[in-house]
Design a binder for this molecule. Sequence first.
Ligand SMILES: [Zn+2]
Ligand SMILES: [Zn+2]
Length: 232
Amino acid sequence: MSETYNWRILQNGDLPLQPNGDIHVLVEHRCSAVLVWPENSEPSAENTILVDPCFTAAGYDHALGELARLKITFRDIGRYLITHLHGDHMLHLPSGLVGVQLRPLRPPVNEGLALESLPGHHDIQLGLTLTDTEGRAVWIVGDAILGEDWLRAWQYYWPNGYTAAEIVETWRSVARIMAQAELVIPGHAAPFAVTPDLIRDLIAAFPRARHADQCPDVRQTLQTRLASFEGD
Ligand SMILES: [Zn+2]
Ligand SMILES: [Zn+2]
């Protein structure tokens, strides 16, 4: 059986911008930062991967608390993965990097982990996938999905000024995630489960997505996933 993994959110992703265009000024812009390490082992520099290590001051404080509970510090974390090259996901610790040994994750990745290409939001947008200790297929997807609210609204991060082709690519990446993930850790919100109800709602709302007419395969992929639930 292939390796299974623990994961822990070190920084809770959040975003002032809402899918309807409102801006919640009291909300901090910060990415989800997730620590991953193999089941049945203590986290250490040899076996940890930190996804999107870009910490705000508040997020860093939270991360220090989570690491303390794991009885480690940033100095014990081995490798990092940046899901995509946007400034809010790049390596940044408010305390600086003195003594920190973090080095970039390079393929091939460890047994039981996989890197998935999820373009659209960014040309090179990666996701890290794993089976967790509860047997769930967990997809850490960066900004391929900003959060469950954004997903349900079929909205994307408009300030990036996407082309129609990039928006279509975004929806195809969403479909790939929805087809295979059981738990999604999005780029700027809390993890959420992929349930039959969610897939049903996404199918119902998809016609309102921009350029949905250019990617009918997205709807088909979602229909196939829904049928797979019903076949269980
Ligand atoms: Zn981004
Ligand atoms: Zn982001």
